[in-house]
Design a protein around this ligand. Structure first.
Ligand SMILES: CC(C)(COP(=O)([O-])OP(=O)([O-])OC[C@H]1O[C@@H](n2cnc3c(N)ncnc32)[C@H](O)[C@@H]1OP(=O)([O-])[O-])[C@@H](O)C(=O)NCCC(=O)NCCSC(=O)C[C@@](C)(O)CC(=O)[O-]
Length: 360
């Protein structure tokens, strides 16, 4: 039986589709144009927030390799450590060595936490040593950015930094001024923006006032930390609506610990309210030494997986594959499995591709 060209066309295209009027040329052009995605800045905090809560002190060479791998995976903001008192947080004791030894990629920022003038003085000596060394022309300085930190409650601030919120702001103002005068970028953190492990529900108006104070000191951005990780999308949205009454949303970052499994949902809620910087931790590492029971930050792999197919992107150079491998690698170094859900699933999927049987 011969098949006419009309029936051949009908076989390939269902009748309904043939009868549908063709879209106007401009609409077709519009439909095929790639949608511009909204860029989300990822602040990787694994080497600092992730490792500061480990039982043991992670060796300098492991920290250096972690930071190098994160840079190679395309991340542009990698918090590298802290110049805090080693008596308070011994895990961050080797930060000077770490930032001297790590590979510093051009265009990548490697902020370090600084709690007081002593921390800034220690960092400044290191930067002065670098500036007068022969390698100064060959690679960027160990860092060009510090992060100062305080909290929304006196109880947490006291436990974390041995002073009240007002006391910490008074301590940090000259530190920020001196850092800016040296040409360093200054980022700010407000901890316990949803609940405080010592005093319970937090007053979001207080979060707003502390964020304002940090911006007034010259911070280019303030990261709002759900340190305990009790936040839900509804609570995070309510807090952000309060803070953005006076603080421009483009000056804010979201920093969500994933204790109750709401980290990714909180990230999406924050993005939908206009926040464009998200702090996350490779492999979901971490916690704060002064927030008992809190787990690590939302995993970087989980955030990147959730962004896939959405209107948001972490940028073209960021490799989820490399981050999944890095999450597995650092977890192995620490003697456990990654807690990133996407990290586990993507690794399993990769292994299944080389085996018979059902696949994810
Ligand atoms: C702020 C202090 C120093 C006050 O601590 P203090 O005990 O009141 O300070 P001090 O001035 O009395 O000094 C005590 C000793 O520490 C030394 N010291 C003092 N400062 C430094 C320094 N910078 N570097 C090195 N050594 C330092 C100082 O020299 C002295 O040594 P000693 O005379 O006894 O031998 C202390 O409380 C501290 O270091 N706290 C840091 C705590 C910390 O790192 N917490 C974790 C980071 S914050 C966080 O994780 C939350 C975040 C950012 O991720 C967001 C979120 O999730 O919410």
């Amino acid at each position: 039986m011969s098949v006419t060209s009309a029936s051949r066309t009908a076989l390939r295209y269902p009748l309904r589709r043939l009868l549908r009027p063709a879209a106007p040329r401009s609409a077709r052009m519009f439909a095929s144009a790639p949608q511009a995605k909204t860029l989300v800045k990822i602040m990787e905090v694994g080497p600092r927030d992730g490792l500061q809560n480990e039982k043991g002190v992670v060796p300098v060479d492991v920290k250096v390799e972690l930071i190098n791998r994160l840079g190679e995976a395309g991340l542009k903001h990698i918090e590298a450590g802290s110049f805090v008192s080693p008596k308070w947080v011994p895990q961050m004791g080797g930060t000077a060595e770490v930032i001297s030894q790590m590979e510093r990629l051009p265009g990548v920022h490697y902020p370090v936490l600084v709690p007081n003038q002593r921390g800034l003085d220690n960092l400044s000596s290191l930067l002065a040593e670098y500036a007068s060394s022969p390698s100064a022309a060959a690679q960027p300085p160990p860092t060009d950015e510090i992060a100062i930190f305080t909290a929304a409650t006196d109880a947490f601030c006291q436990a974390n930094t041995n002073t009240t919120v007002a006391g910490s702001l008074a301590r940090l103002a000259p530190v920020a001024r001196a850092a800016l005068a040296q040409g360093l970028r200054v980022r700010g953190y407000v901890s316990v923006v949803i609940t405080c492990p010592y005093s319970g529900q937090v007053d979001y108006g207080r979060v707003r006032e502390v964020a304002e104070a940090l911006l007034a000191m010259g911070c280019y951005e303030v990261s709002l930390g759900d340190t305990v990780g009790t936040g839900t999308p509804a609570a995070v949205s309510e807090m952000l609506r309060e803070v953005t009454k006076t603080v421009p949303v483009e000056k804010l970052a979201g920093h969500f610990h994933d204790t109750f499994g709401t980290g990714v949902a909180n990230v999406m809620a924050a993005l939908d309210l206009g926040v464009r910087t998200i702090d996350s931790s490779i492999g979901g590492l971490g916690g704060c030494p002064y927030s008992p029971g809190a787990t690590g930050n939302v995993a970087t792999e989980d955030v990147l997986y959730a962004l896939q197919g959405s209107q948001y992107t972490a940028g073209p150079g960021v490799s989820l594959d490399k981050l999944v491998e890095t999450g597995w690698w650092i977890s192995e170094q620490l003697g456990r499995e990654t807690v990133s859900r996407a990290g586990k699933a993507l690794r399993l999927k990769k292994l299944q591709e080389h085996a018979d049987g059902p696949k994810l």
